[in-house]
Ligand binder design. Sequence first.
Ligand code: XIL
Length: 340
Amino acid sequence: MKLRTPLALVALFALILCSACGPATTRTLANKQKMDFGVAIKAGDIFDPVRSKIIIDNFNLIVPEDSMKWANIRPKKDFWNWSDMDAMVAFAQKNKMKIKGHTFLWHDQNAPYVGSLKTREEAIALLEDHITTIVTRYKGRVSEWDVANEVFLEDGSLRNSIWYRLIGDDFLDVAFHAARKADPKAKLILCDYNTEYAGSAKGDASYEMVKGLKERGVPIDGVAFQLHVMAELPLDEEAIRENIKRFAALGLSVSFSEVDVRVRMPLDESKEAEQNAVYEKLAKIARTEPTAKSMILWGFTDKGSWIPRSFAGFGSAHIFDTKLEKKTGYDAVMKGLSGK
Ligand code: XIL
């Protein structure tokens, strides 16, 4: 190319500089820190111009909030509903985002025929078929999977889900081996809530379980702390860091995978300040722990949020408001992601 005029030269320089000159967003900060900063979305979000722009501008990873759950993706044993997931995977690829899958082995949001399983053999066959079919379809495109979700009760015992009840103690082994076999490169994760603190019954039980899985060669790469938390409860940063470090010692990474910070309504300034402190601290921990580096928000807007439906009296849990405008929580996350 021959540049004939000074104007053309200026234009060329502007073009080169431009990739770094837009306003900083949570996505650009996360990229700088080599972090995943993600969000759970509904398939409809990607067809809504306002919502999809927010997602593209601010996140480098997406998770289907509900589209991949058993009842949705496979409502009948021989009927697969791929359209939402296919659209989300294409959206992620087009916009250079990672995509995380959620979830296979779970006690909730299963199709009715899952509840009618009767024997260990039937349960293993169906679970393996389910995992193999989905992971194979998205092999090389979905980079990580919540293979199992919420398998513990608060006292650290195992939840009596259909999978644990029928398959028994090696239920997780079955699921993780099937996922690894279908895509050897995908990152495989065990996800739960209230497991973030070392020293809590549930946190310690999940650590012991994962240690056992590693010892017997089960292919697990990471654990996810959901972190659906309350603004009014200050976080115990030390107990979270201690937990991340002990998983790191086992060779596992940690992700904060379903973050929302709910407020007891009505909202006021001091509650908002509490909430912002939690958002900032979580982003800071994720940024500064070398084996964490992953924070995923469970939705970005209060409009249509799952929180008021699931936690009576609570709301305002996200960093964009019901008009899809940034809240002060957005700046709190920016601070946590940048350290400034
Ligand atoms: C929630 C979704 O956000 C809601 O839309 C749905 O109605 C219920 O499930 N832990 C999980 C998520 O692992 O899958 C749940 O998602 C929230 C709690």
